[in-house]
Design a binder for this molecule. Structure first.
Ligand code: PDD
Length: 283
């Protein structure tokens, strides 16, 4: 059955949705995006995603075509029209269509597109088995804190992982892990949970922020600092966080088992806490 998608003010069957070939998202990757998960037909951490979207737009001097209330309304409408109980809403805003010129156009109207994807998030088989990671150099640009649609390098990283029989890649810069192709990276050593500090080198994950808060609430010791690939390989546990993966255990890095090579107890506990709390707070 065809999905209903949202394009520039209209709800349309996906086959009828159109964006210009001159759109700067298409020509320059001049656009930003958000992915918000849906549990029980409700939006998880909508405010966090809306706030980060506003920040990404501001950093790129891009106009915001919708208010936060309108954005919430569109998300909810799409969830209802597509009968999504579990899955996600993808949102993209670009600078709009204009004659091809590297300089930003002065009068372009932003393009806004949203669509849904129905998929199981809680009962993912990998949540039980954990995922395997390979390391790759981080060759992305220097403003990874802005959630832009320039995803070619992460996409290539995912292919490196696939070809190596793994599930995903962690990117490494100057021996330190920055983040996963589409998630934040964490390790656990003893009772210490470590994830890289915020800066321009990583995306400021909305799930990362929630998991940090929850870990502190249950008295886990948390450190926000760089960790090396060697430290990760010697850790007791590792996991990644993202809107679609929640807390996902990592059981192997570059062919070496992490800890016992099975999802660790702290990773499993944080996944449970995250799902319980987010389910209760979803709107
Ligand atoms: N990816 N780091 C990168 C590079 C990401 O692309 C993502 C999200 C994250 C985690 O952020 P959050 O917790 O806010 O989802 C970290 C989304 C899910 C995607 O591209 O599908």
């Amino acid at each position: 059955m065809s999905r209903t998608v949202y394009v520039n003010g209209e709800y349309l069957p996906e086959e009828e949705a159109r964006v210009s070939v001159f759109d700067r998202g298409f020509l320059f990757a001049d656009g930003v995006y958000e992915v918000t998960s849906v549990l029980d037909g409700k939006l998880v951490d909508f405010d966090g995603h809306a706030k980060r979207l506003e920040r990404s737009l501001g950093e790129l001097e891009m106009a915001n075509p919708v208010t936060r209330d309108e954005l919430l309304e569109i998300h909810r409408e799409l969830v209802t029209r597509n009968a999504i109980t579990e899955g996600m809403v993808y949102l993209q805003i670009t600078r709009g269509a204009a004659d091809r010129d590297f300089a930003f156009p002065v009068d372009a109207t932003p393009t806004i597109v949203l669509f849904t994807q129905s998929m199981p998030l809680i009962e993912k088989p990998t949540a039980k088995t954990g995922i395997k990671i390979v390391s790759i150099p981080d060759l992305r640009w220097g403003r990874r804190d802005i959630k832009t649609v320039q995803l070619l390098y992460p996409s290539m990283g995912k292919m490196v992982a696939k070809k190596a029989g793994a599930d995903d890649a962690w990117m490494v810069q100057d021996d330190f892990v920055t983040e996963g192709t589409s998630n934040n990276a964490w390790i656990v050593s003893g009772n210490r949970i470590v994830t890289r500090h915020l800066g321009t080198e990583i995306l400021h994950g909305i799930t990362r922020a929630a998991v940090l808060r929850m870990a502190r609430e249950v008295q886990m010791t948390v450190e926000e600092r760089p960790f090396s690939l060697a430290e990760a390989k010697a850790a007791d546990e590792a996991f990644v966080t993202s809107a679609s993966a929640f807390v996902m255990p990592v059981v192997e890095i570059d062919g070496q088992p992490v800890g016992q090579g099975t999802p660790g107890p702290l990773s499993r506990r944080l996944r449970e806490i995250y799902i319980d709390e987010m389910r209760a707070a979803a709107i």
